[in-house]
Ligand binder design. Sequence first.
Ligand code: ARG
Length: 566
Amino acid sequence: MKQEWKAFARAIAAASKREASVEEVEALLERPRDPAHGDVAFPCFRWAKKWKQPPQAIAQMLAEQISHPKWEQVEAVGPYVNVRFNRERVTQEVLSRILHEQGSYGSSYRGEGKTVVIDFSSPNIAKPFSMGHLRSTVIGHSLVRIARKQGFRVEGVNHLGDWGTQFGKLIAAFRRWGSEEAVKADPIRELLRLYVRFHEEMTANPELEEEGRRWFKKLEDGDSEAQHLWHWFRKESLREFHRIYDWMGVTIDHDHGEAFYNDRMGPVVDALREMGLLRHSEGAQVVDLTEEGLPPCLITKSDGATLYATRDLAAALYRRETFGFDYAWYVTGREQAVHFRQVFAVLKRMGHVWADRMEHIPFGMMLQNGKKMSTRKGNVVLLEEVLQQAVARAQKLIEQKNGTLADPEETARQVGIGAVIFHDLKHDRLHDVEFSLDQMLHFDGETGPYLQYTHARACSLLRKGKAANVVPGSLSLPVVMEESWRVVTYLSDFPAVAAQAFDYRDPSRIARYLLQLGQAFNHYYAHVHILQEDGGKEARLALVSAVAIVLKEGLHLLGMEAPEEV
Ligand code: ARG
């Protein structure tokens, strides 16, 4: 109802003889607690002093002056101006618009001609895909769709951790204990096994650390054995990651990992030196950021090796050059907040004003029994296992519910994956999330399957009502009842919610909105015989169809699928 509210605010602002702006009025609007009092109310208290009149009198005066063809009633009730919309007309407008625009309902052109680079997922090749990377993948992928919905061109970048000392360790471990067949058979698990073993044996044999470092140095110097192994590990891991992405329905435009910038490191360090920004500190080179209130940003180590931050500097310059971005977002855990503040500060020092439009988009941790889920020590929860379990459980649930699905396996995949995605996205991005397979998979409660099920219910009604192509035209809901009005209210807010999700870089806005819409619709469904043959059937089916469209598009923005049957 944001649009209708705005029209009301405009009228009040005009009647105030420009005492207040539309925005000021809008901020004060309320929804009357008792729906009998109308659909929106303006409280006049604030103006009493300025206008030297009691608020009741102000309300009276304003109510007499304003009117609108879409309002049924304007009334001063005590200090409030209440308006009751012509619900039938508003309902008809909202539904026609949705049925007409279909999946593009809620889209906007605000991003036209502008580009956002979104850096997300970005797992590390020597280590498995962690739950933190799952969060980054799911949040980032949803933000890609949210930004596209606002009309932005989006370039998604997978900043893979494919370079660094861990590769020295991995090469050393492979040469000691590894075999080609084992890596080929199950790359991520085997590389993880080698990595974990290396760390375990390192406690007893500290020399291993040095051995790992030597191999990384060889790799950096272009040693052919080291290079060969690195390429191969990378290729095998990437193949696995992509299998997981495909399974999850995630696409990322560019696999530009850290190694991609190898030949751009020299120029970055040179540029910093020429600008006089580098300081020596115990053999290392840093950019001092005292003025910004940040720790120094490490650029090269004493052995000349470059660091994570150096690579992010090179990556930012490359992206600006290649994509000409207007915004650059980095979706990682909040523990990297200082790192990104340093990187942005160094870019600013280099004179790049566009660094002001770079943002770290942090998120909370994934917890298990209140503790961070770790991948280092071997008490690993492999993402793939989590997804497999989710899908297996979804399959069981689906079989209990519906034995006649055309492709139960594919539906189970959509529901299982959807459950994992939604469980992550329904939480405020910054909150920690307690991991629970049990909670993810309920068909009722605040879950992905609940929404998919609600969508499928709507589709089934449309099939039974033979109304796959409900045409907007002379629709009227003969009696606009409270239950359908609530649904319409939510439906009409979808564009505003989609925009908010962009403004706050937070998919949970959409997730929570969909739950409200789903609840409102199920409530309506419980109260009304939608398919009853009477004059209102077509209109009711139009409502159902609009709900199906918005649920499907909302789930799509979260990166989820909306099967027509579950
Ligand atoms: N691979 C990194 C990690 O796992 C995340 C990379 C995030 N992106 C970036 N440009 N630094 O922590």
